[in-house]
Design a protein around this ligand. Structure first.
Ligand code: MG
Length: 263
């Protein structure tokens, strides 16, 4: 069952989303050569707690850290550790914050130094596919329209969407109904209504869509070792259009302006 939120509840989720966005921006600026993903995790936890939030991921099904940090071929769920970022890396950072009982969830892929053209294009296409999906998150559309928007754009650009991992409804719990695949058929699935809130999160690979689970049982990587990117926002379906709850007070999540692009 998809739980619809009131305007007041969506405001509360936006407060959690602001902390997520601020944390991601702080991390983006900290992604310099030599810093370890464990250091990024430590900075994130401090930031979240300083803003009265709880790092939602910490302890979730035993996850040991506050953020997921997934470099290069790691798609999602990388456990922060001793890995030091290198010039040319890309690293996906995923942050969840619970504030006053409501959850915000967002992710960005960040370039370290000067990655190659393929990496930059992969990041651009993934981010643009997210914005296209957000633009479809309006009352009267169907969930399949949102999913299809990602798939269509990603595949037209020669990349592959991960099929075994999905976005999700979000609210008091990080993972609520519905599941939001990054592929689908327009017109399929539940009809969208005002008050629904989704974490939409394209995970896009430069090579095969297939993924493998690492020895730590958490990190998920591309099966062929190709690069992967991940962008995510928490988005409320409102009567007058989608509202991104993880843009932050400045209105600028990493790389994203306030206005939705006019596709
Ligand atoms: Mg998520």
């Amino acid at each position: 069952m998809i739980i619809r939120k009131t305007r007041g509840q969506i405001e509360k989720m936006a407060r959690a989303g602001e902390v997520v966005a601020g944390c991601l921006e702080m991390l983006r600026q900290g992604c310099r050569q030599g810093i370890t993903t464990a250091e990024l995790d430590e900075k994130a936890e401090k930031y979240i707690r300083k803003h009265r939030g709880i790092p939602t991921f910490k302890g979730y099904r035993g996850f040991p850290a506050s953020i997921c940090a997934s470099p290069n071929e790691v798609v999602v769920h990388g456990i922060p550790g001793r890995y030091g970022l290198k010039d040319g890396d890309i690293v996906s950072l995923d942050v969840g914050v619970t504030l006053d009982g409501w959850v915000g969830d967002a992710a960005v892929t960040v370039a370290v130094g000067e990655p190659g053209q393929l990496a930059l294009r992969l990041m651009e296409v993934t981010q643009a596919s997210l914005m296209r999906a957000i633009a479809k998150s309006v009352p009267g559309n169907h969930l399949g329209d949102v999913s299809h928007a990602v798939e269509e754009y990603v595949e037209a650009n020669g990349f592959a969407v991960v099929r075994t991992l999905v976005g999700h409804g979000i609210g008091r719990d990080m993972h609520e109904d519905p599941q939001i695949p990054n592929f689908g058929t327009p017109g399929d699935g539940p009809r969208l209504e005002a008050g629904m809130v989704f974490a939409i999160e394209p995970m896009v690979n430069a090579g095969t869509h297939r993924v493998v689970v690492g020895e730590d049982k958490w990190a998920i990587s591309t099966a062929d070792g190709s690069l992967s990117a991940h962008f995510e926002h928490t988005v409320a379906v409102m009567k007058d259009g989608p509202r991104i709850l993880t843009l932050g007070g400045s209105g600028e999540a990493p790389g994203l302006g306030t206005a939705l692009p006019l596709w």
